[in-house]
Design a protein around this ligand. Structure first.
Ligand SMILES: O=C(O)C1=C[C@@H](OP(=O)(O)O)[C@@H](O)[C@H](O)C1
Ligand SMILES: C=C(OP(=O)(O)O)C(=O)O
Length: 437
């Protein structure tokens, strides 16, 4: 699909969609719990649907109800305190890194023989060293390094070791698996944990399903070590759980407000959320935008924007859209610590720089940093989404500051996290024509 945009400012109010990250976690926990859970979740997307599909393959029943889902857990047998899923099969993770990295350890913990498949770049995104930990704890993995990948055997409880700098999803995946092991476990993470707020989201989901996790930080020979200890408690349904609004996607509208000429408000957000991407508020303030916090809402008002230096360590998903803001902010913005962006749906470091440059921005990659020199206005032109939802959405927001039309090729990529994106774009006054290619 091609999105053809005639530049114009966006303004008004838009409701936040449900947090993809929170939804993955609570739907998985619900499918592993001891009874039915009503998950209030106002929207879905291709990635959430992928997680649901995998859980259904393992025997969960997920009913779509008006305000979300009723999740009936995976049937399990229990012998000598050991749980086992009754069903295995082929788990299609689509393009969702979270789904694969969460469901692989979960399937191993359930002793479900499962073959994982996926699309596009998913097979190239790393599983190492999560895979080594699973093998060391008794599982057999066939086809490593690509998809399909087959897992057999059953994960043993005990101590798991991971580095903190590859993907926080490995830590989250093991955390989600541990309550199925019936005995205490420990996950020991060495080095600073990047994307750490996502691990906090996992701990919150576990807590709401009755699984306490003790966290201990220490320095061993000047290296940070974080230990997550689980006491063997199993998932217990709270009956009902609500998925909060998504800050990662709200960020696109707030950035559009900061870059435009009129305020934009996003409603349905938790202002005390543990989502790391909530820091978009602080980042836009640092750029000079006027940010307002309401009751469950956030507003960005445009102002004179100027450059500053920030780190992507905890907020990799904000980089494309903050780079778009920086491309019209006065001065030189540096976004540091972008190494892991190379491992997303596209090599996001290269695609962010390349596609903003295609629209007339001055952006370049220097090692693991992104350097952006702000310009008065962007020109417009043709952009390739590289099958990456955040690149397609970045281009659509950058288009609001272009002097000429913008065409986004592969705009359907937005469906991965935000199928309503162009509908909301229009609701805010955006002029976009969607053409089937
Ligand atoms: O756990 C999660 O929900 C996510 C963790 C992050 O990945 P990394 O930990 O690999 O940076 C983030 O980029 C991804 O979009 C969602
Ligand atoms: C990288 C993302 O998701 P995932 O890792 O789950 O594919 C994303 O949503 O930007």
């Amino acid at each position: 699909m091609i999105a053809r945009i005639t530049p114009g400012t966006l303004s008004g109010t838009v409701p936040a969609i449900a947090s993809k990250s929170v939804a993955h976690r609570v739907i998985i926990a619900a499918a592993l719990a001891n009874g039915t859970t009503h998950v209030i979740c106002n929207t879905t997307c291709a990635d959430i649907d992928a997680t649901i599909r995998c859980l259904e393959t393992l025997g969960a029943r997920v009913e779509r109800v008006e305000d979300g889902f009723r999740v009936h857990p995976i049937p399990k047998s229990q012998e000598h305190g050991i749980l086992r899923a009754l069903a295995g099969g082929t788990l299609d993770c689509g393009e969702s890194g979270s789904t694969l990295r969460f469901m692989l350890p979960v399937a191993c913990a359930l002793g479900a023989d499962a073959t994982f498949t996926g699309a596009r770049r998913l097979g190239e995104r790393p599983l190492d060293p999560l895979d080594r930990e699973l093998i060391a704890a008794g599982c057999e993995l066939e086809g490593l390094g690509a998809l399909p990948l087959t897992a057999r055997g059953r994960l043993r409880p005990g101590r798991f070791e991971l580095p903190g700098d590859v993907s926080s999803q490995f830590i989250s995946g093991l955390l989600l698996a541990c309550p199925l092991l019936g005995q205490p476990s420990e996950i020991r993470v060495t080095g600073r944990i990047e994307s750490k707020p996502y691990v906090t989201l996992t701990l919150q989901a576990l807590a709401s399903f009755g699984v306490p996790v003790e966290v201990e930080h220490a320095f061993v020979s000047e290296t940070e070590v974080t230990c997550y200890r689980l006491d063997g408690s199993a998932y217990r349904t709270p009956g009902e759980v609500s998925v909060e609004g998504d800050w990662s996607n709200a960020a696109f509208w707030l950035c559009a407000g900061a870059m435009g000429t009129e305020p934009i408000t996003v409603t349905g957000l938790s202002l005390s959320s543990a989502q790391g991407d909530r820091t978009v508020m602080a980042a836009l303030s640092r750029f000079g935008a006027r940010m307002r916090r309401g009751t469950g809402s956030a507003t960005a008002q445009p102002d004179h924007l100027s450059a500053f230096t920030l780190s992507a360590q905890d907020v990799p998903d904000l980089v494309p859209i903050l780079a778009a803001v920086a491309s019209v902010a006065h001065g030189r913005t540096i976004i540091q610590d972008c190494r892991r962006l190379r491992l997303k749906e596209s090599d996001r470091l290269t695609t962010t720089a390349g596609e903003l440059t295609a629209l007339g921005a001055q952006v370049r990659v220097a090692g693991d940093d992104l350097l952006i020199r702000g310009v008065e206005a962007l020109s417009g032109g043709a952009v390739e989404a590289h099958n990456d939802h955040r690149i397609a959405m970045m281009a659509a927001i950058a288009a609001t500051r272009c002097t000429g039309p913008v065409e986004i090729y592969g705009a359907e990529a937005v469906d991965k996290s935000y199928p309503l994106f162009f509908e909301h774009y229009r609701a805010l006054g955006g002029n976009v024509e969607l053409i089937d290619a």
